[in-house]
Design a protein around this ligand. Sequence first.
Ligand SMILES: Cc1cc2nc3c(=O)[nH]c(=O)nc-3n(C[C@H](O)[C@H](O)[C@H](O)COP(=O)(O)OP(=O)(O)OC[C@H]3O[C@@H](n4cnc5c(N)ncnc54)[C@H](O)[C@@H]3O)c2cc1C
Length: 284
Amino acid sequence: MKPAPFDYIPAASVAEAVAALAELGDGSKVLAGGQSLLPMMNFRLARPDALVDIGGLGELRGVQARERFIEVGALTRHLDLERTGVPGPLGSLLRSAGAQVGHLPIRTRGTFGGSVAHADPASEWCVLAALLDATMTVTSLAGTRTVAAADFFTTIFTTALEPDELLTAVTLPRLDESYRVAVVEFARRAGDFAIVAVMVACSVRNGVIGDARVCLGGVADRPVRSLAAESLLAGQPAGAAAFRAAADAAAAAVSPPADIHGSAGYRRDLVSVLLRRALERMAP
Ligand SMILES: Cc1cc2nc3c(=O)[nH]c(=O)nc-3n(C[C@H](O)[C@H](O)[C@H](O)COP(=O)(O)OP(=O)(O)OC[C@H]3O[C@@H](n4cnc5c(N)ncnc54)[C@H](O)[C@@H]3O)c2cc1C
């Protein structure tokens, strides 16, 4: 199908983009890589009156490395993060997660900010943002504000972004060398969205887990941290007993949706199996 008619506004700067969004109101949409928005428009699931194209805004592309965090520009492509030179456990996480986003043509066009703004509960970047307590930087004519990941994802395909706001960057904390990380997910075909995705980042010193972060995708209306698993991991020896207990607790604590891809029980079983695998495979 073809999309319904719409006006096309190419923005030459962030200021121009936010001015256009303010003028056009909630009938407009930001166009980034187009890898989610254009299919939705073609299926007439989205019918914006106007698209504000930010694709030419080079200042929103790329990763700025700081001492304690990195700032990912909203227009940074999935592939750029898959091939990132960010060192340490955060770099491992970005590479593993990036490699599992869709297919290569999607990874060369789709953007980190587009994924986060689209807020699919199984999206790798949304799960990663929730896992790391990312901070979103958002700009409008009224100025710039930041939103914590925990407040940003409000429900399926919905965020705290107002219609006149542009997501410009996402700040991710660097993980020190004690962290071990893993990304494990299950999809029926390579490149499909995960039915369930699991990401873990655990600080391990002298074989004992300190900070434990576990985030699940595809089991609720947004990415969810498994507090049940995190509390069972923290302070325990990093080994099979703690991993199994955490995986079982995480599965018991979720109430996943059922759809054509799998029942609630199937997703719950996936949480248990995938989380145990992720914990067993954690690497620096
Ligand atoms: C076949 C297929 C398989 C896929 N598989 C996966 C997968 O496995 N995992 C995964 O995570 N994704 C997957 N995707 C989606 C893909 O990652 C998209 O690229 C991504 O979801 C959206 O990024 P985009 O830059 O293309 O955004 P767009 O499609 O341009 O925009 C998406 C939404 O975000 C809004 N938006 C975009 N940028 C901003 C911004 N800076 N500020 C405010 N709002 C903004 C748009 O208005 C729109 O509502 C798949 C897509 C396809 C077609």
